[in-house]
Design a protein around this ligand. Structure first.
Ligand SMILES: O=C1NC(=O)NC(C(=O)O)N1
Length: 310
């Protein structure tokens, strides 16, 4: 019987599925629903130093093939999520959770990570280098010089497990350049991909979200080929010590199988979770197990990264 267990760093997870930051993770109520689902773990909504209301609504819209969003990092603030995570370390000592965060400035990012370093948090930190929706703020990881400087400074003081949430790259040379940067650091993982930034969805004669005149991050079926390409490009290039979390376009067990085949050790679900709710984790897990049983794979390591070329 196939198992979809996995590990990230030194942590074991009963299931290789979890939410993508931003979906089912805004507050305790949503996070508890993920804890009580078939998901192996959760990641919080990206926390900033102070709470943020985010962008004006409507700022999220589902479409037939996915979603567009320009949330603008609405969150309850770093202290809210840290307090909850520390409480979970007492009530769920056998579980490991992910803490997503980013500063609204480089200084804030260091303040946040120093707080994590000095805290009793014993889970995994996901530094969001790719939010496309804060007006005037670039997607940090598209500036590799700034990213390298930031990671150099971070790893001078941050000694806990850390990964980065990346935007999609679209140029082979950028895969080469980005991997060369990430290979310099003791990253636990990279997470490919965040939404494809600044798409535009039109219905009838209008945009469908208010912020930025309708420009927003695209998720869902639209982005699976880009997500798989980023997962596999970095799988081909990174030191094996840096694991890959695959995010983007996961609707079925087959989509998850493809992410793992491309090299992912964990699969995050965003748009599908938003549309279907936490029951999606059980459905997609069962679909993946059925595929593995049919193919004779017992664990995800039996096929992870073993994408065949022609
Ligand atoms: O990193 C992010 N990616 C998104 O697609 N949306 C959110 C947001 O806008 O808060 N952040």
């Amino acid at each position: 019987m196939a198992t979809t267990k996995t590990h990230i760093g030194n942590f074991e997870f009963e299931n290789c599925f979890m939410n993508a930051a931003g979906v089912y993770c805004y507050d305790r109520n949503e996070l508890e629903q993920v804890i009580n689902s078939q998901a192996g773990t959760f990641v919080t909504k990206t926390a900033t130093l102070q709470s943020r209301p985010g962008n004006p609504e409507p700022r999220y819209h589902d479409t037939a093939l996915g979603s567009i969003n320009s949330m603008g990092l609405p969150n309850l603030g770093f202290d809210y999520y840290l307090e909850y995570l520390l409480e979970l370390q007492k009530t769920h000592p056998d579980r490991t959770f992910f803490f997503s965060l980013v500063g609204m400035s480089t200084e804030d990012t260091h303040t946040l990570l120093k707080k994590v370093q000095e805290s009793d948090f014993n889970g995994i930190t996901e530094l969001n280098l790719s939010c496309p929706n804060v007006p005037g703020k670039p997607q940090i990881a598209y500036d590799l010089e700034t990213t390298e400087k930031l990671l150099t400074d971070i790893f001078s003081y941050f000694k806990k497990p850390l990964g980065v949430k990346l935007p999609p790259y679209f140029d082979i040379v950028h895969f080469d350049q980005a991997a060369a940067v990430f290979n310099k650091f003791p990253l636990t993982f990279i997470n490919c991909v965040n939404s494809i930034g600044n798409g535009l969805v039109v219905e009838d004669e209008s945009v469908v979200i208010k912020p930025k005149n309708g420009f927003g991050g695209i998720g869902g079926e639209y982005i699976k080929p880009t997500a798989l390409a980023n997962v596999h490009a970095f799988y081909q290039r990174l030191n094996p010590s840096i694991q890959i979390i695959g995010t983007g376009g996961v609707l079925t067990g087959q989509d998850a199988f493809e992410h793992i085949l491309c090299g992912a050790s964990m699969v995050q679900i965003g748009t599908t979770l938003h549309k279907e709710g936490p029951a999606a984790f059980e459905r997609i897990t069962n679909e993946l197990k059925a595929i593995m049983n049919k193919k004779g794979y017992k664990t995800i390591e039996d096929f992870r990264g073993k994408l065949k070329y022609l």
